[in-house]
Design a protein around this ligand. Structure first.
Ligand SMILES: [Zn+2]
Length: 89
């Protein structure tokens, strides 16, 4: 499963990771959780993060694969890869 970073073009400061076979499926995953935060689905943008393909979006995986120093967002993605992980929330 391909990993994407999804964000709203109206707000560059915020986004989250989602898996999907295509960018639009990853956007749909993001939209399922965050539709109340984003004005319009059409503003969503997706960027591939191949380092996180087939890996659950744990803080450890995200920090290892990106230049982020910390990550503590509640999980957005509910694909089978991410659901298999232990969620400490
Ligand atoms: Zn996932």
């Amino acid at each position: 499963m391909k990993a994407y970073f999804i964000w709203s073009d109206n707000d560059y400061q915020w986004g989250d990771f989602a898996h999907g076979e295509t960018a639009s499926k990853a956007k749909a995953m993001f939209w399922k959780k965050w539709s109340y935060e984003v004005e319009e689905y059409i503003y969503l943008r997706a960027k591939r993060v191949p380092e996180l393909d087939n890996k659950p979006f744990t803080a450890d995986n995200i920090i290892a694969a990106t230049d982020l120093e910390d990550w503590n967002s509640n999980p957005t993605c509910s694909c089978e890869i991410c659901l298999d992980r232990v969620i400490p929330f």
